[in-house]
Design a protein around this ligand. Structure first.
Ligand SMILES: [Zn+2]
Length: 439
């Protein structure tokens, strides 16, 4: 049954999506020069009409007005003169090893208990391909949910050209404490796998960070809150996980390796410890109080809200679970508004994988504009700002000389309607056209 379902999903993918050649042969296989004629170019900072983007190999060499551009003889021409061209998009919060948490398919637990690693890896390749075909040429994949270091392997296979997929920044296993992550609610006599690496105490925390960094983690992901519920006064409450000493040990170790720490945190004590511990990005941040916003501004902490996922699959309204679902969504919007108003740095993230990869990733753009961001600011959160968070300013999230030639196009104007970004029809990654459905 499940095999057929997977096959059905594969059939939905566009035939035009191509695998880039393995690295060793790619230089020779690429045309010397490709030229894109862009009707409108949103380069991550400004909007310009009638531009010519000159690409040599996997990088952008120049961007100039069509009226003055010199097009080298023999260049391959791509005509996007009736389209809006943007940098390849960046989703900073994905889970390629998670396939939604659909109850009829056994929810989260079945993926850890019944799906072997090869099966999960095969599905992760489909997830990676889904991201790329939708114009997300870079992702920060924030943990494998019990699939170990599988993200490192998928990243290697993409980089070597064996499978199509985005550039990946990976965190491997993620870290939480005893009582701080599923699987749970099984008989205490039964040993079940956990979706993260469990640590207790600063020594174990530092050791887990070292192990993960040693095995290829680009970032370290830490769960600073876990269970949450609505208390008798109607407030959202979340259970803190790591102590300040534990998160400090992880941040200290990770920063010494020149890498960064992403903290899942809803609100309250766990959020405060994440910030006091010096984390680099707050994931979800459902309920940011004024003190948290002030501290994020002071410390330069990134905010990666994930709105859409909290609007899905609500339990009935008159149940504790239903009230909890609605409360999480209800506090998230105002937190984003508060952060936008204060000028907190915001990076685009969706938590896709938490919802099925068959859904459009770009649905998040509409939520961002619904809660206070301009369309341009929302686009920047998924381009220039995301690149800055990833330490890739000028390399990713930009259509500019020196940047990787990661370019997407849509037919309409995303500055009028950001929902247009769910209809990407052209995708180039590193100078290789991965999708071109025409207009
Ligand atoms: Zn997540």
């Amino acid at each position: 049954m499940r095999r057929f379902r997977l096959f059905g999903l594969a059939l939905l993918l566009p035939a035009a999506l191509v695998v880039s050649a393995p690295v060793a042969g790619s230089e020779a296989a690429l045309p010397a020069v490709t030229v894109i004629r862009a009707g409108t170019l949103i380069d991550g900072r400004t909007t310009r009409r009638d531009q010519v983007i000159l690409i040599r190999g996997n990088r952008i060499e120049s961007v100039s007005d069509a009226s003055t551009a010199k097009i080298p003889a023999g260049a391959k021409l791509i005509d996007l003169s009736r389209a809006t061209v943007l940098p390849g998009l960046i989703d900073c919060h994905t889970h390629i090893f998670l396939q939604g948490e659909i109850p009829s398919e056994g929810g989260y637990d079945a993926q850890l208990l019944k799906h072997g690693l090869a099966f999960r890896a095969a599905r992760a390749t489909v997830s990676a391909r889904r991201a790329l075909e939708q114009g997300f040429t870079t992702i920060r994949d924030v943990e494998t949910e019990g699939a170990g270091y599988g993200d490192v392997g998928i990243k290697q296979a993409i980089e070597a050209g064996y499978i199509p997929g985005p550039r990946m920044f990976v965190v491997t296993r993620a870290i939480s404490t005893t009582g701080g992550y599923p699987l749970e609610d099984y008989a205490p006599e039964i040993q079940v796998p956990k979706g993260v690496q469990i640590i207790d105490g600063p020594v174990e925390a530092r050791k887990a960070a070292r192990e993960q960094l040693d095995h290829g983690a680009d970032w370290i992901k830490v769960y600073m809150t876990h269970r949450s519920w609505v208390d008798s006064a109607g407030n959202l409450v979340s259970q803190p996980t790591l102590t300040l000493e534990e998160i400090r040990a992880i941040v200290d170790e990770t920063h010494a390796w020149g890498r960064k720490v992403a903290c899942h945190a809803y609100n309250g004590t766990g959020l405060r410890r994440a910030l006091d511990g010096g984390c680099d990005s707050i994931e979800h941040g459902l309920e940011l109080d004024d003190a948290a916003v002030a501290q994020m501004l002071k410390q330069g902490t990134w905010y990666c809200p994930t709105m859409s996922v909290y609007y899905k699959e609500w339990a009935p309204p008159d149940t504790p679970a239903g009230r909890h679902d609605r409360k999480r969504a209800a506090v998230h919007g105002p937190s984003l508004q508060k952060a936008v108003k204060a000028g907190v740095k915001i990076a685009f993230g969706t938590d896709v994988g938490g919802f099925p990869w068959t859904e459009p990733i770009a649905q998040e753009f509409s939520r961002l504009t619904e809660f206070g961001m301009t369309p341009m600011a929302a686009i920047q959160s998924a381009t220039v700002n995301a690149a800055e968070m990833l330490g890739m300013t000028g390399q990713l999230g930009a259509v500019a000389p020196g940047a990787y030639a990661d370019v997407v196009a849509v037919a309409g104007d995303p500055l009028r309607d950001v929902a247009e970004l769910a209809r990407v029809f052209f995708v180039m990654k590193g100078g290789v056209v991965c999708r071109n459905d025409g207009m």
